[in-house]
Design a protein around this ligand. Sequence first.
Ligand SMILES: Cc1cc2nc3c(=O)[nH]c(=O)nc-3n(C[C@H](O)[C@H](O)[C@H](O)COP(=O)(O)OP(=O)(O)OC[C@H]3O[C@@H](n4cnc5c(N)ncnc54)[C@H](O)[C@@H]3O)c2cc1C
Length: 435
Amino acid sequence: MRVRNWGRTVAFQPVRYVQPAREEELVKFILQSREAGQAVRVIGAGHSWPPLVETSGVLLRLDRMQGLISVSPSEQLATVWAGTRLHRALGLLWREGFSLGNQGDIDRQSIAGAFSTGTHGTGKEFGVLATQVAHYRFVDGRGRIHDVYPDTQPELFRALQVSLGLLGVITQVTLRVEPRYWLRLTKRIEPLETALARSWEYLDRYRHFEFFWFPYSDQAAVKLTERSERPGRVPLWRKWFIDGLWENGAFWTVNKLAQVSPSRSPGICRFAGRSMSEEVRVDRAYRVFASPRWVRFREMEYGVPAEVGPEVLREIRRWIEKHQPAVSFPLEYRYVKGDDIPLSPAYGGDRVFIAVHMYYRMPHAAYFKGIEEIFQAYEGRPHWGKMHTASLDYLLRVYPELPRFLALRAQYDPEGVFVNSYLKQLLLKEAAQVV
Ligand SMILES: Cc1cc2nc3c(=O)[nH]c(=O)nc-3n(C[C@H](O)[C@H](O)[C@H](O)COP(=O)(O)OP(=O)(O)OC[C@H]3O[C@@H](n4cnc5c(N)ncnc54)[C@H](O)[C@@H]3O)c2cc1C
């Protein structure tokens, strides 16, 4: 069976494709593969761009291990199978009376897959999504099952929060949840400079703040989200027709025009920027967070120290104006609270995350490279699930706890069952093993 990722940057044929239905089966597959000397990778929804899940050995998918295992209303904890797709988990939680405190832009990923790369949303009080976890259960490279809690095994717990599947296969995750709530989203069009200047104020005033900006244009679409005391609901037909068909259709046309006529992309971007519309909506929290993404693209995202966020975006703008790349996708600007997770891009302090995108049928390399140099000049940290070309030396510099993480990896997977050639090249050269 041939496997492709969402972004069409990875395609491969594993020697074996396995979908265990129970934990015992999963353990059996890991032990068999280890015995046969076959590497194992686990895939979530395949929504990462780098070849994190690529393997010429065994590919595990946990689609048959989905759903809610238990809910503790008094402790506000919910345990789910780790392969559960976010949208499914969120619907099930809502029915039980709960919501997650924070989400990213889409909800198609699996819980373990999203959390394992440091997936994040935005907001001054919100860290990467894995900061909402209270317990992990995982199977290591020797087939042993571990239940890990922050108070009893803090170092292992923190490593599991963003682990790229290198410590083992996560089978269950306990989430800290909140009583279910509604959100009011206000989308406003503002000059980019106003959005940047007011970003600190917005971060203080609103639960979630972010904006999208089309290169070459002056306008930004600012999204300000806060809790709504009153329930509301966007009719499904509207969500499907306006957000889905209409917005994605219009956006697809913009990208096709740029693909056919790349030299016109500055004008196309300016037009797209002017065409962005304002809106206010109230809906269930999980529906406000996530939007449908039907137009495929490639993405690179770095988290830079929060205080330099506006400066970095201005520098990117100058770079774009000077080099005039053919691009028809907006940039996204978000804020993530700092944490103590060794492989989290927000390790050690708040970060502004800036994401650049390219329609998947247009060349991205020169555009991404030019902007990546700016990110790295500011000690930015790459999102592990998105495209980047950071070297191991660079990663060791900006992720000070990377060697400790790798030591734990060696402890829980001494034979390297969960290592593929991409991760070996990225993280496991000799120097990185030294603690
Ligand atoms: C359209 C789109 C929108 C996105 N929006 C956002 C966003 O708003 N914010 C953001 O931060 N990111 C975003 N991303 C990136 C995305 O959230 C990450 O790449 C995420 O890791 C993908 O989850 P997945 O379930 O597809 O996992 P995969 O890509 O399949 O796997 C990711 C990693 O998790 C590991 N893994 C999967 N399952 C397990 C398991 N059970 N145990 C251990 N390891 C496991 C894999 O081995 C791999 O290393 C977006 C991506 C796309 C395509």
